[in-house]
Design a protein around this ligand. Structure first.
Ligand code: UD1
Length: 360
């Protein structure tokens, strides 16, 4: 059997690697990786291949950036010849980025079965491009691999047949479990002159937030306010960096601010592990911080990962910074909640998925 894995953007790499690795022990299953090139900077892509020990992709489509239509269309036209030539039996896609839906839509029309890692998540906010990508990919998938119970319920409501839905756990957490010993040995804290629990870690890249100059201004005020007592570490996504420059938001006068380029996986996760609090609009970081039981304040109006709030260490604050401060102060006062690790986030999701796919 031939299985083609699609990766494209930063969060895809850590979700896909555990499944590729787990399939290695199944004789008769041949796997190849196709990188669409949605993310192409070394710091957004290559570093993950090296650190996560993922083999070089057999196919690289090099599509790069563009509007949603341009990026999606380029991926579709570039992937079609690959599918026609290699004729995989199953296409495995992950998450909710443009590469996920573009590759799936092309494959389904060629009669190729689709397996979706991290299926069923819903923010119920259709203004998010990722929500559209999730709904559409799930609608055409044959194997829907779910990370949390909410995903099963969402797929049920969408009328997906139970036989296609598999509650397997969380592949992103598999990668974290595997690399935790390496993360614990990383010298990132020394490198940035940080001590455990003496810094905030912040990331922002959602268009709904960072395309809004008023939001960026409030964000810089927030950093100023807390940088008296804590260091603030802020690895800046390319979109955010360019929007800050356009909006004239100047962070240079904030003491105690450590601005960095996007970081590699090991460096970043070691900063997550020892942070006092994380303030972010990311999807994946809500899950990684939950696993590490580090308090996380999510600056969004909704989350497609409700288990991180109901069970985990995540707080959903909305995009008003007064609310963000309320949660941050609660955490700093030591009165935050006791959290737990969600069901099946045990480092074995990739193995469960491999077992299911290898039987097909
Ligand atoms: C994409 C995903 C988002 C995910 C995020 C993780 C979609 C719709 N969005 O958002 O769900 O959370 O990846 O990072 O797929 N750029 C670079 N170098 C790169 C890649 C991008 O400079 O290697 C810049 C370009 O100016 C580009 C912008 O970042 O236009 C946005 O990149 P894009 O891939 O469109 O979306 P992300 O915001 O990264």
């Amino acid at each position: 059997m031939k299985i083609l894995f699609i990766v494209g953007a930063r969060p895809n790499f850590m979700k896909t690697a555990p499944v590729v690795n787990a399939l290695k022990k199944y004789a008769g299953v041949e796997c190849k990786i196709c990188h669409t090139g949605q993310h192409y900077d070394a710091k957004m892509s290559d570093v993950f291949f090296k650190q996560l020990e993922i083999s070089e992709p057999e196919y690289y489509l090099g599509v790069g950036s563009g509007s949603h239509a341009v990026q999606t269309a380029k991926i579709m036209t570039e992937i079609e010849p690959v599918l026609l030539e290699w004729k995989p039996d199953i296409l495995v896609v992950a998450g909710d980025v443009n590469s996920t839906i573009a590759a799936s839509l092309t494959a389904v029309k060629l009669g190729i079965r689709i397996a979706h890692i991290e299926s069923g998540l819903r923010s119920f906010d259709r203004t998010m491009p990722e929500e559209i990508n999730r709904i559409l990919t799930d609608a055409i998938s044959d194997y829907l691999f779910v990370t949390e119970i909410s995903g099963i319920n969402n797929l049920k409501k969408d009328g997906v047949d139970d036989s296609k839905v598999f509650f397997v756990g969380n592949c992103m957490i598999d990668t974290l479990v595997k690399f935790l010993p390496v993360i614990e040995k990383s010298d990132s804290l020394t490198q940035y002159n940080l001590k455990p629990q003496n810094y905030f870690l912040m990331t922002f890249h959602r268009p709904a937030n960072v395309d809004n100059p008023e939001f960026l201004l409030q964000l810089s005020e927030f950093m100023k306010e807390y940088s008296g007592d804590y260091k603030i570490v802020f690895p800046v996504h390319p979109r955010t960096r360019s929007n800050m420059e356009k909006a004239g938001v100047n962070l240079n006068d904030i003491n105690n601010l450590v601005l960095t380029e996007p970081l590699g996986y090991i460096e970043f996760m070691s900063l997550v592990k020892d942070a006092k609090v994380i303030v972010t609009d990311s999807g994946g970081i809500q899950e990684e911080s939950t696993f590490l039981k580090v308090p996380c304040v999510t600056v969004r109006d909704n989350t497609e990962r409700p288990v991180t709030v109901d069970v985990g260490s995540n707080y959903l604050a909305g995009t008003n910074f007064e609310n963000v401060k309320k949660y941050v102060d609660l955490i700093l006062s030591g009165k935050g909640k006791n959290s737990a690790i969600p069901e099946l986030w045990d480092g074995k999701a990739g193995e469960r998925i491999a077992e299911i796919l290898a039987k097909e």
